[in-house]
Write a protein that binds this ligand. Structure first.
Ligand code: PLP
Length: 376
């Protein structure tokens, strides 16, 4: 098997799985229970929180809420902030290339009376900070921009955007860092909040976090008990939370090596694929080294994907459907690609376990499939 779908989910690391099992077996007490066993669980939870904040270099300025993953973190970041701070203003700025866990929340917030502005990306896939400068005003209470795009890997200039938002003291700046954290040099400490997910970085599915600037408050989207300072009710997922801390600490220690490896694979495939006149490259050359996205000019991407899958090679194509029920990438449409290209994109995404041998095998399979498959 060649697994090139790491932007969808990564395999979990052995040490992370072992941590999960050990905590699940040895610290099964509810971390809210008042007895000694419960206090031990609570102490472990706080240690995991501190360890993550330290590894991310934000322990002095930020705190974090453990969640079930980036979808929940994004829901809490957007709804939690908008509803808590609604008296400050009604405007929320985001982009036209966000993951559905942001874009669909924006739809809901519009129904609740907020106004939203979606910044358009350039044809390279990232948003020019000057677009934010033009859109932001004193009614804006929240700006939400993804760190790196999950389809194209285009990286946003978070540092410049944070500077713009800072001029508006009533406004918060959220970054969906799911595809950029531990995968780029992006400094997230400049943002007020950022979302992350364990299963994108060698952790277990079902755990994640929302990191937020100390002193901030949230409308509890998951109302319930007083867990997570009352911002997220529900019994803590202690094994998930501790194993998230483990995944982040391993990733941090191996980040340089991992980025070097995936950069080589992506660089190789980029330079080979860009020579072909039957594809259009969608990923910018300077995008995330973990993601390579291109569209097929004449073939159906779903057919090529299936043929690769039959050979045990797993990549991804567009998953969201248009109103006509056909898969189409709203990200590529926003970048100005044609409907045909937006329907026929493929994403190859890399992880720490991938090798150059796999990249070569993928390329040779892709080349022969492109000869076999008839034009659409
Ligand atoms: N945000 C981005 C940019 C993503 O790529 C994803 C998952 O693909 C998510 C959010 C949602 O993450 P999760 O699966 O942890 O809910």
């Amino acid at each position: 098997m060649i697994y090139f779908d790491n932007a969808a989910s990564t395999p979990s690391l052995k040490e992370v799985e072992e941590t999960y099992i050990k905590v699940n077996e040895e610290f099964f007490a509810n971390s809210d229970s008042r007895h000694e066993f419960g206090r031990q669980s609570a102490s472990l939870l706080e240690k995991a929180r501190e360890s993550i904040l330290r590894d991310l270099g934000v322990e002095k300025t930020h705190s974090l809420i453990f969640t079930s993953g980036a979808t929940e973190s994004n829901n809490l970041a957007l709804k939690g902030v908008a509803l808590r701070y609604r008296k400050r203003g009604k405007k929320i700025i985001s982009t036209a290339i966000e993951h559905p866990s942001v874009s669909h929340v924006l739809d809901e917030l519009r129904e609740l009376g907020f106004t939203t502005v979606l910044l358009k990306p350039t044809s390279n896939g990232n948003v020019d900070p000057s677009e934010l400068e033009k859109a932001i005003d004193s009614d804006t209470i929240l700006v939400s921009v993804m760190g790196a795009n999950n389809e194209t890997g285009a990286i946003n200039d978070i540092a410049s955007m944070a500077k713009i938002v800072k001029r508006y003291p009533k406004c918060f700046f959220h970054v969906d860092a799911t595809q950029s954290i531990m995968k780029s040099e992006q400094d997230l400490s400049v943002s007020d909040l950022f979302s992350l997910s364990a299963h994108k970085l060698g952790g277990m599915k079902g755990s994640g976090a929302l990191v937020y600037r100390k002193g901030m408050s949230f409308f509890p989207v998951n109302a319930g008990g007083e867990q997570e300072r009352g911002f997220r009710g529900g019994t803590s997922n202690l094994p998930g939370d501790v194993s998230l801390a483990k995944a982040i600490s391993i990733d941090k220690s191996q980040q340089e090596e991992i980025v070097k490896n995936v950069s080589l694979l992506r660089g190789y495939l980029y330079s080979e694929l860009v020579k072909r006149d039957d594809i259009v490259m969608n990923s910018p050359l300077d995008g995330s080294p973990f993601i390579l996205n291109f569209s097929l000019k004449k073939k159906k991407a779903s057919v090529v994907l299936e043929a690769l899958s039959e050979r045990g090679i797993y990549v991804s194509s567009v998953s969201a459907c248009s109103s006509a029920g056909e898969p189409i990438s709203s990200v590529l449409l926003a970048m100005g690609r044609s409907v045909d290209l937006a329907k026929n994109s493929m994403r190859v995404s890399f992880g720490r376990q991938n090798t150059m041998g796999e990249a070569k095998e993928f390329l040779s399979a892709f080349e022969s499939i492109m000869q076999e498959v008839i034009d659409r």
